[in-house]
Design a protein around this ligand. Structure first.
Ligand SMILES: Cc1ncc(COP(=O)(O)O)c(C=O)c1O
Length: 388
């Protein structure tokens, strides 16, 4: 057995068996843990002894999930949160203080925009946006008080890409921390820490669960940085539930095979869409027409499961297309077994102004397709009849 192969690790890295010798790791539904005596309680609270105290801090199921994710992504350690947004918020809150500045990719998930635009400024934290395809904006955007560079690559929903190695080198020169939202790629397709990122974040709600069942977030990084995350998260309470951790750890066992199929089908869909006259533009990292195709090839194993298109005819045409889809679900989620169509301008990014949306490349005719695991012929047939 090649124990360093992704697929094998994702399956075989399990928590220790209990006295019942179960083959599949059980679910530990307990809010707290018993101490042998008063001295053990004191030692655990004083961090003089390792062990479980309370499930807001740690639990065997979250430990297993974190351990697997850290190994799969090449990180030393991690922390699990209730959702992807809790992971992003926790990371910002753990490292930023009043007076700090964040340099972020302009094209980020709608709720991340809300944090940067409306929530953190109330606490004296400022931001600048830079476009993923314009290196000079990143160089110019760094200020003496820039504490974090935050980047989503590929971005949601624009599928823009930045060269992680280049960005991390730039950040290192200025001693700025790089945080990457790795949600679209998963550890199977891209490992930002290997390119020099300090923190990699996942919305495990997406491809990691992969079946649209649960919310979850993961933060991965060095022992030192995760200790700081822990210092904030233990007391502020964004913890992932043991049940979700159990589910997500099991989901990781099939991540590689699922991602292979998502990617294979998504590339076929992207190529098909490029031939359709109703389609104005198609964005997919592994299409030769993608402006950052070479960078995508360098840092991603495959192109991922999301294809974004712009239809001619604006919001009316986009709504008509979505309504005519017979098999695709209309939903705000992605990374599911079921193919999903989303209209970002009226859903995930509806809180942005029209001008802000255009800046991040979201037009009224933009549609995000999450390509599921149904038969490719059925996926393409559904898109074809809806486009016609
Ligand atoms: C790129 C990206 N990051 C973060 C999130 C937030 O994750 P969650 O919904 O698990 O809070 C999402 C959700 O769609 C996302 O697409």
């Amino acid at each position: 057995m090649q124990e360093d192969n992704f697929e094998t690790l994702a399956i075989r890295l399990q928590a220790e068996r209990t006295q019942f010798k179960e083959h599949s790791v059980p679910l530990y539904l307990t809010s707290s843990y018993k101490f042998d005596d008063a001295e053990e309680m004191r030692a655990l609270f004083a961090n003089e002894k390792e062990g479980n105290v309370y499930s807001r801090y740690a639990n065997p199921n979250t430990d297993e999930l974190i351990n697997k994710m850290a190994v799969l992504e090449g990180a030393e350690n991690g922390w699990a949160t209730a959702s992807g947004m809790a992971a992003i918020f926790t990371t910002f809150a753990a490292f930023l203080q009043s007076g700090d500045h964040v340099l972020s990719s302009r094209s980020v998930f709608g709720s991340t925009h809300q944090l940067l635009n409306n929530i953190f400024p109330k606490w004296g934290i400022s931001y600048t946006y830079a476009d993923l395809d314009k290196p000079k904006q990143w160089e110019d955007g760094i200020k003496p008080n820039t504490k974090i560079i935050f980047v989503e690559t590929p971005s949601n929903p624009g599928i823009d890409i930045i060269d992680l190695e280049w960005l991390c080198n730039l950040a290192r020169k200025h001693e700025i921390m790089v945080v990457v939202d790795n949600c679209f790629a998963t550890p199977y397709l891209q490992q930002p820490i290997k390119y020099g990122a300090d923190i990699s974040i996942h919305s495990a709600t997406k491809f990691i669960d992969g079946q649209g069942r649960t919310l979850g977030g993961i933060i991965l990084g060095s022992n030192k940085l995760i200790k700081e995350i822990e210092g904030f998260a233990r007391h502020s309470g964004p913890a992932m539930s043991p049940f979700n951790a159990w589910l997500l750890s099991k989901s990781l066992e099939t991540l590689a095979v699922r991602m292979d199929r998502h990617c294979e089908s998504a590339l076929k869909v992207a190529r098909f869409l490029e031939t359709q006259e109703n389609v104005q533009r198609v964005m997919y990292p592994f299409l030769e027409s993608h402006p950052q195709y070479e960078i995508a090839k360098k840092q991603m194993k495959q192109g991922g499961g999301i294809v974004t298109l712009v239809v001619h005819g604006g919001v009316e045409a986009a709504s008509l297309f979505m309504d005519k889809l017979k098999m695709f679900s209309i939903s705000a989620n992605l990374g599911d077994t079921r193919s999903i169509a989303t209209h970002p301008a009226t859903s995930t990014h509806s809180k942005l102004t029209e001008e802000q949306r255009l800046e991040v490349g979201i037009e009224q005719g933009t549609i995000r397709l999450s390509i599921g695991l149904e038969h490719i012929d059925d996926i393409i047939a559904d898109i074809k009849q809806a486009l016609s």
